[in-house]
Each structure stands twice: as C-alpha cells, then as structure tokens.
Design a protein around this ligand. Structure first.
Ligand code: SAM
Length: 316
C-alpha cells in the first residue's frame, strides 16, 4: 500500500517519493525497514492505514520525514526532535570532526545554541574523557537536548543552561543563574558572591571572579546565520517547519557571530579555540569579526563540497 503514497508524492514532485513513503509507512506500522521488506505483501488493518494516511498528508504539506517521525540521524546517532529544534544537518558533522581533533584530553566544551544538543552530544559520545556545557535561548530545544543526552548516556557529563549565548553561564550576585533577560533564575549550587547589583538589576559580571571556575578549552556553535530577508525565501520544508529562532541571524546574518566573537575570549582557557559553522558566503566576514576581536590565527575551512563551512579561531 505504500506504493500508492509513493505515487502521490511523486506526482507532487517530491525528490525521494519511494524512500519517504516506505519510511512513513514503516513508522505508522511500527516496523523496521527490514520488517517492511519482509512483510510488504501482508494486508494492513484499517486503523494502521488511517495512521499512515495522516503521516503521508503531513508529508504532502511539506513537513520533512524526520520531523514527522520525530528524530533525525546525525554523526551515526539518532536525535529526538521537537517543534523548537532545528533538524541537525549533515554539513554540521564537519564541526564535530574538528571539535574532536581540537579538544585536549579531559577537555571542557561549551556549545552555544545547542538545539537538539547534537554537537556536544556527538563529541561526548566519542570522547569519554570530555565534559561540557550547552546553552540555548529556547527552553523547548533544551528539553530535547536533555532528552538526547540521556538517550546517548552522556547526561552526567553535560550541563544545559537556558538563556542567550553566554548569559546563562554568569553567576548572579545572589548565586543563581542569570536568565535570558538578565533576571536571576533562582538559587543554584553556585557559590554565593558578595557583589552589589547594578542599578539596572543584576550586573552581568565578566570579571574572573564572576566567571567562577567556568573556562573552556573549546567553544562550538552553529548559530542561526541566515539573513532575515532570505529566511522568507527558503524551501517550505525549512521555512514553515524549522523554528525561526534557529534560522534568523538578523539583517546581515552575522548578529550571533558578533556576540560570540566579542565574548568568547572571556570564557576560554589560554590557548583555547572557537569553532563556528558559517554560511557558504560568510567566511571573510566571520573571520574578520574574530580577527578584530583579537583572535589569531583565524582560518576558514571548507566542507566536502568545497564550500566555506567552519571558522576556527585561536585564543591568543
Ligand atoms: C542553527 S540552530 C543550530 C542547532 C544545533 N546546534 C544544530 O547544529 O543542529 C541555532 C540554535 O541557536 C538557538 N539560538 C537562537 N538565538 C539564540 C540566542 N540568543 N542564544 C542562545 N541560543 C540561541 C536556537 O534556538 C537554535 O537551537
């Protein structure tokens, strides 16, 4: 019966109608790809046929197979998705390869805008000696990331913090974590610090004392880097289903890199490194931001398609 759906998807111009139809039918029936092949001539009961029809209708509206199934493979690991997470992309695997090379023995990693947690989790699964922290502005994305860390057995070695870029790393004057709007998010186990709040509320304290013990060997990020105007023109599968917060990098697509380049030096150990994913046409601009912030050497790395994909910046 999946063949009827394959034909329907084909007629609508989907790129891989047979694969999509088989995966969705298998999901609706609760069967693996192998079981699907072995049992494909068995009749399908009415309830299952209805379930499959619903899944196929979602596909016909442009929702991706991974989003419908609720998970996507990345670095040979399955990551649970939810409405607040970007689907991990294969091109981001280069960042994981480079992070694995860059992280020293026993190294600490900070991942900014972690989404499903795919970058730090893939690193920690492959490096039992490493540990880290990941932040995201989306509480929903962090829920998925925590779930994925449990799923892959690394939750003991990674902490998830809610807030904008580096903000949730800063300890408040009263020992709580500073939230997305700079408000204290309740007491934590962080040591109490006797510091007067600023007139505007709770100061973001970037002094070495305010940072506590928190320094990292490596900072990674695949931030939103698409210019706001271009987001509107993306394929419906991305524009209508990936969260806007995960895509939109501001008017010139560089807003997150300005924050990361400007602040990363405060959080790195001496000799530490930053690795950020970039859009194919952003190499020069992003490298320039890190150079202007005093990093060096700064190198733009290409992906397997020969496109600029990762900027690496050394903290000197
Ligand atoms: C392009 S997605 C990347 C997600 C994941 N790292 C990956 O590679 O699949 C960017 C992520 O940055 C998060 N984000 C957007 N603005 C942020 C901010 N100001 N602070 C922290 N995270 C932010 C989004 O919620 C999203 O999860």
């Amino acid at each position: 019966m999946w063949r009827n759906w394959r034909d329907a998807l084909d007629r609508q111009g989907f790129a891989s109608p047979a694969l999509d139809a088989k995966l969705l039918a298998g999901h609706g029936l609760g069967l693996s790809a192998l079981d699907m092949a072995l049992r494909e001539n068995e009749p399908v009961e009415a309830g299952a046929a209805e379930r499959i029809a619903e899944l196929m209708q979602r596909r016909l509206t442009g929702e991706s197979v991974a989003r419908i199934i609720g998970e996507r493979e990345f670095y040979d690991l399955a990551f649970t998705l939810n409405g607040a997470t970007l689907e991990p992309r294969p091109e981001t695997e280069l960042l994981v390869d480079m992070a694995l090379d860059a992280l020293p023995q026993g190294g600490r990693l900070l991942d900014l805008g972690t989404g499903t947690g795919c970058i730090p989790i893939a690193v920690l699964v492959n490096r039992a000696d490493a540990s880290g922290v990941a932040t995201d502005l989306s509480a929903g994305a962090l829920a998925a990331a925590r779930n994925n860390a449990e799923r892959h057995g690394v939750s003991e070695r990674i902490g998830f913090r809610h807030g904008s870029w580096f903000e949730p790393l800063v300890t408040s004057p009263f020992g709580g974590e500073v939230g997305p709007q700079g408000r204290v998010r309740g007491p934590s186990s962080a040591p109490h610090r006797e510091k007067a709040p600023s007139p505007a509320g709770f100061a973001v304290d970037l002094s070495p004392e305010g940072r506590g013990e928190e320094r990292f060997d490596l900072i990674t990020s695949n931030p939103p880097y698409i210019t706001s105007a271009i987001v509107e023109t993306l394929a419906p599968e991305v524009r209508d289903f990936d969260p806007r917060l995960a895509l939109d990098g501001g008017p010139d697509g560089l807003a997150p890199y300005r924050v990361i380049a400007g602040e990363a030096g405060n959080w790195l150990k001496p000799g530490g490194r930053v690795l950020v994913e970039i859009g194919y046409d952003q190499g020069e601009a992003v490298a320039g931001l890190f150079q202007a912030a005093g990093f060096g050497p700064v190198v733009v790395h290409k992906d397997l398609n020969g496109l600029d994909r990762v900027v690496s910046a050394h903290h000197v």
